[in-house]
Structures are given as structure tokens and as C-alpha cells.
Design a protein around this ligand. Sequence first.
Ligand SMILES: [Zn+2]
Ligand SMILES: [Zn+2]
Length: 259
Amino acid sequence: MSKTDFHMHTVFCDGKNTPEEMVRAAIEKGMAAVGISGHSHTWFDESYCMAKEKLPAYRAELTRLKSVYADRIRVLCGIEQDFYSETPAVGYDYVIGSVHYFRLGDEYFAVDEGNENHRRAAEKYFGGDLYALAEEYYRTVGLLPEKTGCDFVGHFDVLTKYYDADPELDVTHSRYRAAWQRAADRLIEAGLPFEMNTGAISRGVKKDPYPSEEILSYLGQKGASVIFSSDAHAAANIMFAFDRLQSLAEKYGLNVVEI
Ligand SMILES: [Zn+2]
Ligand SMILES: [Zn+2]
């Protein structure tokens, strides 16, 4: 398999490095291809995403880098399209579909910014039932293909980001399992690869990649494809722990694809 990585962030959103620094780091690592995937615009939370007016400059910079480095590496201009983004994901080489929020009533609660948000959302909308909140999350994930037109699915179980420190629900509970399996079945039927993502490991939040081994095992049995992603927010983390992803993919018989 060639060395590639298609999920990473730059100063255009919440990353530390410029796209050019990321591309140069990828060349130094001997990679065949690198894809930058800025966060799509979400009007209700602009703290981490690309500003709407910066999207043309983002695409222009990636176009420039493609030609400057054409003889050394294949550069792709992607986008990580949030489910609730209202800016269409058009004009990119590929789209990652990700759910970063629960939308309940007219409120948005971040999925990946701490369990406190989950508890507040569950309390207010589901009488404190965290399994109902998880069902809502995976219902949304299952709709990613239609909503975003994505090429692969970002961090499938990002809901569990803070579970190492605070497992707020039992991931072996039948309701939790049924919820993620329904979403996984829809995505497999749509023919979408699942990302294996080491972003929370490199940032010291989790010890294992997304998705969990139980989910990977299920995906392997169903013949699903996977794609390796670092979700790097700094150049040093490009292709972070991909050797671990490789052994997990082999362990569960997953078909690894690239863009
Ligand atoms: Zn994401
Ligand atoms: Zn990301």
C-alpha cells in the first residue's frame, strides 16, 4: 500500500500549519499523495471551521500547491463536510462526511467537545436517556451519504471521544449496538469506505483509533472498506500511528482503499 493521508486540517480552519507546510511534510515522509480537508462552514459555530469568505482562497491555494509540487506528490483539495453545514460541498476533489453536532429542536450540541454537552442534550431532549441521544447521533450518521454526497465517512463513532476517561454509557448495551449497526449497514449499502482515524490518539484523548475494535470486526464481516486518516491538526501528526491501523485492518480482514 502506498503512503497516503486524506484527512488533515490547516490554518484555514483549526490546524496549526499552512497547507504548504503540510504538503512539504508529506513529501519529507515520502508520501505518494496528500489531501487537505478543511472543516466546512457551520454558521451556528464558527469557532473551528473555515470562514465562508475564505473558501475560494482555500481552493486557490490548493490549486497552486498541486502545480508547484506536481512532480513530487499528488495533492488533493478535500473538505470535511459537516452534516449540518449549509454550504454545498462542491468544487473539491473529495468529501469526508462527518457528524459533529446533535441538532435537537433549534439547538446544536457539539458531539466531540466533551461529555457534558451529551448530558445537557440528553437531559433537555431525552429525559436524560443517553442511549436515545446515541440513537439520534447514529441515525444522523446513517444519512451522511444523501446529505453530504461524501466519498468516505469521518470518525464513525466520534461520540465516544471522551469515553476512555468517562464512559457515560455502556458501548456493549443492545440499544447502543443496534444504533451503530443500523448506521453501518446503511453506509455499507451506499458503498462508502469508513475512515480509521487516529486523530484523538495523537491529541492524547483516546488510546485507540475510531472506530472501536468491535465495530471494525463487524465491518470486516460485512466486507466494508476502510481508509486510513490521521485527522492531523499539525504537520508532525500526518500518518500518525498508521502502522497500528494496518495491523487492525489485517486483523479484521478490512479492505483498505485510497483516493
Ligand atoms: Zn471531524
Ligand atoms: Zn477532521
